[in-house]
Design a protein around this ligand. Sequence first.
Ligand code: TGC
Ligand code: FAD
Length: 399
Amino acid sequence: MARFHLNFAERAMALNPVDLFDVRSLLTEEERSVQDTVARFTDERVLPIIGDAFDEGRFPRELVGEIAEMGLLGSSLPEEYGCAGLNSVSYGLICQELERGDSGIRSFVSVQSSLCMYPIFAYGTEEQKQRWLPDMAAGKVIGCFGLTEAHGGSDPATMKTHARRDGDDWVLNGSKMWITNGNLADIAIVWAQTDDGIQGFVVEKGMAGFAAQEVKHKMSLRASVTSALFFDNVRVPEANRLPNVKGLKGPLGCLTQARYGITWGPIGAAVACLTEVLDYTKERILFGRPVAATQSAQIKMADMARRITNAQLLSLQLGRLKDAGTMKPQQVSLAKWNNCRMAIDIARECRDLLGGAGITTEHAAIRHALNMESVITYEGTETVHQLVIGRELTGINAF
Ligand code: TGC
Ligand code: FAD
């Protein structure tokens, strides 16, 4: 007779199926505590509502207060600005556990933390930091980040949005596309061409000539707000210009922070999918045995576990390099490419193992698969990151 299950003694030696190399043992006590706190939040507050929110195309804004209370907004920034002062590995674990719930929730935190609070912290004056960071950490002020334009997001150096100095103000004209949090945001970090190169401005909701329009009909990141931003002679005071950076390295420096977090997030999405199919395939009986007892299903799931393990070790080492101050943007590119590819492939394969049941949001796989279509595209497409690595290897710029 077929032997479907190992006996008890053999199971006692079993590994954690979504942490085969006990990567968690490489974390400090504080990092584990951060992971546990966010994991509990995802289990108790995100998972019960996220399928419906995705169906409805609704960002669950009611979670923002709790996210802020846990210290997840700008978590790596110093306590003097109301932030948690955590290390980069902890930030990564926050992204991983949130994306185990949904990429939309992780996106909200990435944008607020890495793309809005970080540039104010890194490129702003002390006055600007005091003015915005504590309220952003508390979730009272929500930010968005406007870099991409409709004519070609991969090549932001060609942006058309521009700002012209006029007395004590700057006059901003142009538009941005695909902006996460756009319609939610109280402030937008907007990158514009000036006579002195690309510069960043904090544009406030309500400034005359500034408008946001939500993108509808999305099949991906449905539990996240995505918008177009329009600037029609918006007068932005000099006090809202971020003075400490000029040139494309300003926005690209923010992307390095956000992409770092994004290397961790897809691990969470893949873990959610694998966990789900491990349970499902043990229960699903076909041809007289559980699907999990077939060689092809086992090979698929073993391969998922292999790829998740690789990604976990890659992101953890990246985080250790970041905390040591030696992380290079090219290393972030390789990990963003690898981990997004890993998660989108796993989510699609899990959807397949669920059969017809896999096409509804009753199960998580299709939601994660659809979300990953955005995650593999934003913050630099897979091709962009491959070309960054190609350039690193060959010394030849193929963009
Ligand atoms: P290049 O002209 O050579 O460099 C310009 C300057 O920037 C520096 N630099 C970086 N600095 C920090 N981090 C990086 N990753 C950097 N990459 C370059 C560089 O050293 C140089 O500095 P300097 O002092 O010499 O002036 O530019 P490049 O050839 O390296 O860039 C080309 C390319 C294609 C890699 C770049 O344009 C790119 O990354 N394109 C993709 C654009 C992108 O990712 N957009 C994302 C928009 S935001 C978003 O998607 C948010 S989604 C968030 C969510 O919901 O979670
Ligand atoms: P394009 O740049 O037009 O690329 C089209 C195709 O060409 C891609 O397959 C690309 O890989 C390929 N390609 C590009 N260059 C080359 C090359 N040299 N050789 C070969 N192929 C190439 N942007 C923001 O600024 N802020 C945000 O908050 C934000 N949030 C987003 C949220 C969502 C849900 C999405 C989908 C996007 C978001 N973006 C945001 C925009 C995102 O960063 C861009 O979509 C992304 O950078 C790609 O730009 P694009 O869409 O214009 O595609």
